[in-house]
Design a protein around this ligand. Sequence first.
Ligand code: ZN
Length: 453
Amino acid sequence: MLVKNIHSLVTCDDHNRVLHDVDLLIENGIIKAIGNNIIGHPEDTLIDGRQLLVYPGLINTHHHFFQSLVRNRVDLDWSQLSLLQWLQSIYPIFAKMDEECIYQATIIALAELIKSGCTTAFDHQYNYSKNAGSRVIDRQFEAAQLFGIRLHAGRGTNTLPMHEGSTIPDLMCETTDQFIDDCERLIGRYHDPRWGSMRQVVVAPCQPINCYPETFREAAALARAHDVSMHTHLGEGEKAALQARSGLSSIDWCIKQDFFGPTCWYAHGWEFSEPEIEQLASSNTGISHCPAPVFLVGAEITNVSYMQRQGLRLGLGVDGAASNDNSNLAECLRSAYLLQCLKAKELSYPIAEAREYLTMATRGSAACLNRPDLGQLKEGLCGDFFAINCDRLEYAATLHDPMALPVKVGINGPVDLTVINGRIVWQNGEFPYLDEAQLVARATEVANALMAR
Ligand SMILES: [Zn+2]
């Protein structure tokens, strides 16, 4: 693929360079050259870049695809619900989901991610009810292949029954052995650690409060033995209960189970104090910041600015539909920034510049997923990018800082082009080779059948 005469190419490299009137050549999925007057091969897909602002593909570091079938519900008013009330109303629906429900929910989530410039998606799948069966991640890889997106599949679980203090219905509990065995199966079958990998497996028990400690200990041992990443929810409201149960802070609890470090990242972290953030930085444990749930259900504003100052591996996430009714990662760029602006008044130091939020969703997210081959537009890295057409009134008079544009101005509507692994997966409002209307009809049918159960 050759993109000619790009209006502005935002690299997100070490110097945050923005290049103008350059060409971008991608060969075999890898960026071969960025420069002037590049000559490609006659068979290359040729794209006219004169009106395009080109960015590294966004990387989503936290989601629960399966929740996408349960959105915009009249009975769920976030502003009036405690977390426990929410769980009680939503989990009976989750427990009824079968494999096809989770497949269709995955289709919905992936489509919206791609439309919002996402090129690599992580999913935290922890819905293993008796109805869902054990092959849901296999189906998710199938869905990712349909769209051509990179997928990091988090194999989640809940093992603690309700009578021992869990908040998850027993129908959605597994044993630690079931969980570990399936992780091993998935790693053996799907995990590809190579440069340019399209699919990886992450060992990801749901959260400490709903699992036995040994689930986390064995998960960490397995992840380390196979050199795969690990992930869980932390600092998202469990602090007091976990302290009462174990006498430990959330981070210390995870350290005790060996579930931390450079191959590990946690979702949320809005409960972490400054010393705890320093503790995360010193062990090089990452955080996925999901702004939407902070607005909807979070008790406090995540101290992202302090995390940035401490040089944490910090990525961006949309989170599942249980605390964000959409999967629009571009929207999160702007809301993450606005949220810190709200907090800025109470800080004794300035918050990061707007452009750093783009870095969070690209290089930062890539660091969370341990993907040095993603997150920048640079020779030798993966050919993943999205582009917007700058010839629109909503972007008029904003082009002097293309890097901050998606953060401060925001991306209005779907992006114009998404390319993954050197292949067009979304262009001018269409998924090439896919019939979107047909996909909508099938997802709607499955969602309606679920609600009627
Ligand atoms: Zn989550």
